[in-house]
Design a protein around this ligand. Structure first.
Ligand SMILES: [Ca+2]
Ligand SMILES: [Ca+2]
Ligand SMILES: [Ca+2]
Length: 208
């Protein structure tokens, strides 16, 4: 998410200033655990936590907050559906809210994860019903959501059936054994082998 990435860039630039300030320690034992689990330093986590608490005093983000943030960044399109899918990918314990822990772990993968970790995360995003398989319908739903979010003005030459064609090409490449679903192994293997898919993945990264 642009907003979240922004927070982190801000974080990196202000770490030194922050170190000179009296440190406000929030839930130190929880932060220590997160420091071990994520790729952020304790200082970064403290700053992220402060920003998170500022934006969301309740300590959790709900789906409407996600939708609001996205509508600000993509005013020319309808980002509601994509925000919904993203929210579900961040809400790893599926309890209907994104806690600070959910948020940090997602951000850690998206900003500092290995290719493998990012692909795992992307697979989870595409696997809408979280059953361990990506179907063609799921891929189409995500693709349509992204096209909707971008809006018609961004791609004036876009044809109506562009998402479907996009998915057909992707899916044929990914579903190696032609059983109609893409597994995590098929997904990772084809993403790593195929430069076009990798480039598209980068494109997706830009809209996260
Ligand atoms: Ca959650
Ligand atoms: Ca699925
Ligand atoms: Ca398959």
């Amino acid at each position: 998410m642009f907003a979240l990435k922004g927070t982190l860039y801000y974080t990196q630039n202000t770490v030194e200033d922050e170190m000179e300030m009296a440190t406000v320690r929030h839930r130190p034992e929880a932060l220590e655990l997160l420091e071990a689990q994520s790729k952020f330093t304790k200082k970064e986590l403290q700053i992220l936590y402060r920003g998170f608490k500022n934006e969301c005093p309740s300590g959790v983000v709900n789906e409407d907050t996600f939708k609001e943030i996205y509508s600000q960044f993509f005013p020319q399109g309808d980002s509601t559906t994509y925000a919904h899918f993203l929210f579900n990918a961040f809400d790893t314990d599926h309890n209907g809210s994104v806690s600070f822990e959910d948020f940090v772990m997602g951000l850690s993968i998206l900003l500092r994860g290995t290719v493998q970790e990012k692909l795992n995360w992307a697979f989870n995003l595409y696997d809408i019903n979280k059953d361990g398989y990506i179907t063609k319908e799921e891929m189409l739903d995500i693709m349509k959501a992204i096209y909707d979010m971008m809006g018609k003005c961004t791609y004036p030459v876009l044809k109506e059936d562009a998402p479907r064609q996009h998915v057909e090409t992707f899916f044929q490449k990914m579903d190696k054994n032609k059983d109609g679903v893409v597994t995590i192994d098929e997904f990772i293997e084809s993403c790593q082998k195929d430069e076009n898919i990798m480039r598209s993945m980068q494109l997706f990264e830009n809209v996260i």
